[in-house]
Design a protein around this ligand. Structure first.
Ligand code: KIV
Length: 289
């Protein structure tokens, strides 16, 4: 038997128990290697449907299919060993009815081995959240700016910047809490309202463009690394990876054009010292590996 310590992954219950405690750290992740790096520092990783825009060049998250979410979900659960992995339910995979949501969410859990799913919507999704949670599917809710509703919202605008909008958003937060969500993402919600919702509900609030008073924070990894061409104003770029990639590729292109790459150390020498001056014409050169 292996002597290795068993892998203990963070669960949705662990996250839920962090309400009011040490801030919860989270990021999106879409592939195995970045998930493995982030796993050391975060409490949960979200395979967000923003991958449609960040990785696949869609204008919005609306076209993202369930299969794509599951493919990236599998990559992230293979890369991360410790953090809870949450997979976003894409538009069209859960809104129709609680049973449809259950069927698709159960596939996500079984086929990706993630520990929870996330879906967008407040009061309108409360019945579905309750249905899923009662049947064993941990749900993270998402209110405020819900990008899958872009076509009815009419734009990526922050919410709650006038007091008339506050009551509805607070009701959304209470409804998903009462329905059994283990945490709720507050996206692009005016700071005082996000702080107020955090005080009002019993589950952790995870802010993105919300408030430092939230129980945790999330950012899209590519945005905070400086890899996205356009970022919302709530993003702080903690890295300049886009510029580093640009300059590395420029250096590579110049080295190839100058025949400076590959250098001797990047090629394979013959094993014997005696190298024939030219290869015999009739024999094709052996393929290097
Ligand atoms: O899809 C996503 O990346 C998200 C985060 C913005 C919370 O839902």
């Amino acid at each position: 038997m292996s002597k290795e310590a068993p892998m203990t992954r963070t669960t949705s219950v662990d996250i839920s128990n962090r309400k009011g405690g040490l801030p919860i750290v989270s990021l999106t992740a879409y592939h195995a290697h970045t998930a493995a790096i982030a796993d050391k520092y975060v409490d949960f990783l979200l395979v967000g449907d923003s991958l449609g825009m960040v990785m696949h060049g869609y204008e919005t998250t609306v076209p993202v299919p369930l299969e794509l979410m599951m493919m990236h979900g599998r990559a992230v659960t293979r890369g991360a060993r410790r953090a809870l992995v949450v997979v976003d339910m894409p538009f069209g995979s859960y809104e129709e009815s609680p049973p449809v949501a259950f069927r698709n969410a159960a596939r996500v859990l079984k086929e990706t081995e993630c520990g929870a799913i996330k879906l967008e919507g407040g009061r309108r999704m409360a019945e579905t959240i309750r249905y899923l949670v009662e049947r064993g599917i941990p749900v993270m809710a998402h209110i405020g700016l819900t990008p899958q509703a872009i076509n009815t919202l009419g734009g990526f605008r922050a919410r709650g910047r006038t007091e008339e909008e506050w009551a509805a958003l607070e009701e959304d937060a209470r409804a998903v809490t009462d329905a059994g969500a283990f945490a709720v993402v507050l996206e692009a919600i005016a700071e005082p309202l996000a702080a107020r919702i955090t005080r009002a509900v019993a589950i952790p609030t995870i802010g993105i463009g919300a408030s430092a008073a939230c129980d945790g924070q999330i950012l899209v990894m590519e945005d905070m690394l400086g890899l996205s061409p356009r970022v919302p104003r709530f993003v702080k770029e903690f890295g300049r990876i886009g510029m580093a990639i640009d300059s590395a590729i420029a250096d590579y292109a110049a080295a190839v054009r100058d025949r400076a790459f590959p250098a001797a150390e990047h090629t394979y020498a013959m094993k014997s010292a005696a190298v024939p001056p030219t290869a015999p014409v009739s024999q094709p050169a052996a393929r290097k590996r």
